[in-house]
Ligand binder design. Structure first.
Ligand code: NDP
Length: 335
């Protein structure tokens, strides 16, 4: 690392997985730059539901661990073997990463960073990248929706949910969104949902079947998980695809394949790293995303900006699991 860099940094590093009390900030050495990596001075990091699974233990991690799965900032060093590959000191970049987001610096593989185009700030990039790539790969790969389809988006006012509403309506689908409050209903509508079901007080099954003439929907994008899983089978159309991609209400239980036979249903349980592993995949998909942002198709709504402190991260996790948020939560990691 260059001599002007500090030797230590502030990071939200957990020593064990557990309840919110495991969240603490520490002063730790700057990450060492390994072969193939770039060192980034991070400015903003994105909060994702996965942070709560990683903190709580649903997803196992080796300890100690710096939480945070995406960030954006400025490159301050490039490993010699990663030089001349399109990323240089001074570039503004964004990354989705396996940890390290909630820290002032992060060393990541050159293949995991993408250069920001003009017009995309580090704040906007940290708010858009992970959920934007998730939503786009869901509608393009998990269930590649067709113009004229009707699709169901659960938690339609959430981070991924709002982006799914924007993208699916842009691609010509009729979008039915589920939400838990009237305020979220209005927001999902503004972002492209044509019909809304408030699943806190209305039946998903009755309303979807009424809206689709009893046929059900061609695709379901379900990040809620356990609570919506059984209803998904009641409202999926014959030959439809259920994309179960998250566990906000708890993880889906194991099931027998025979469950799919009644309507020849497909079920996919995608995870973003399975779609975006190579540099080429990251560059292709992020250029689509930045293009959709430039055209105004994708509009990121920032719910709140939290500080890089134990209290700040705790509040972000309480807010997202408490269903208090809409759109995207980010952390200012520059201080
Ligand atoms: P959200 O902003 O969508 O927050 C979660 C939302 O889920 C809440 O706002 C709430 O909306 C809804 N919800 C329904 N039931 C519950 C419950 N029992 N407890 C808490 N929330 C509930 O989060 P994200 O956009 O960050 O993530 C959405 C989902 O996508 C998550 O499951 C996440 O794990 C998944 N994900 C998966 C990825 C992958 O690669 N597979 C990548 C990124 C995200 P409401 O009040 O309207 O019901």
């Amino acid at each position: 690392a260059a001599p002007s860099l500090p030797s230590t940094m502030t990071a939200l590093q957990i020593q064990s997985q557990g309840d919110l009390s495991v969240l603490e900030t520490r002063t730790i050495p700057l990450p060492r730059l390994e072969a193939g990596q770039v060192l980034v001075q991070q400015e903003f990091a994105g909060v994702n539901y996965i942070d709560t699974y990683q903190r709580g233990g649903l997803y196992k991690l080796s300890m100690p661990w710096v939480l945070g799965n995406e960030a954006a900032g400025r490159v301050v060093a490039v490993a010699p073997d990663a030089e001349g590959q399109g990323i240089a000191v001074g570039d503004e970049v964004a990354m989705y990463c396996a940890g390290g987001g909630f820290a002032q610096y992060n060393a990541v593989s050159r293949d995991k960073v993408v250069k920001l185009p003009a017009g995309v700030s580090t704040k906007l990039a940290a708010a858009a990248l992970l959920q934007g790539l998730t939503a786009w790969t869901l509608v393009k790969e998990s269930y590649p929706l067709q113009k004229g389809d009707t699709v169901l988006v659960h938690a339609a006012a959430g981070g991924v949910g709002l982006l799914l509403c924007q993208m699916a309506s842009h691609l010509g689908a009729t979008v039915i969104g589920t939400v838990s409050t009237e305020e979220k209903a209005a927001l999902a509508r503004e972002n492209g949902a044509h019909h809304i079901i408030n699943y806190a007080k209305e039946s998903i099954v009755d309303k979807v079947l009424a809206l689709t003439g009893g046929n059900g929907v061609q695709g379901i994008y379900d990040g809620v998980g356990k609570d919506t899983w059984e209803d998904d089978f009641k409202v999926i159309a014959r030959k439809g695809t259920i994309c179960t991609f998250g566990n906000a209400s708890g993880a889906v239980e194991p099931f027998a394949p025979l469950k799919l036979a009644a309507k020849n249903v497909k079920v996919i349980r995608p995870a973003l790293p399975g779609y975006i592993q190579t540099r080429e995949e990251l560059e292709t998909y992020s250029s689509h995303l930045f293009d959709l942002m430039a055209k105004g198709v994708v509009r990121v709504k920032i719910h709140d900006v939290y500080p890089l402190s134990a209290e700040g991260i705790r509040r972000s996790q309480e807010d997202i699991t408490g269903r208090k948020t809409t759109g995207k939560l980010i952390v200012d990691v520059s201080k």
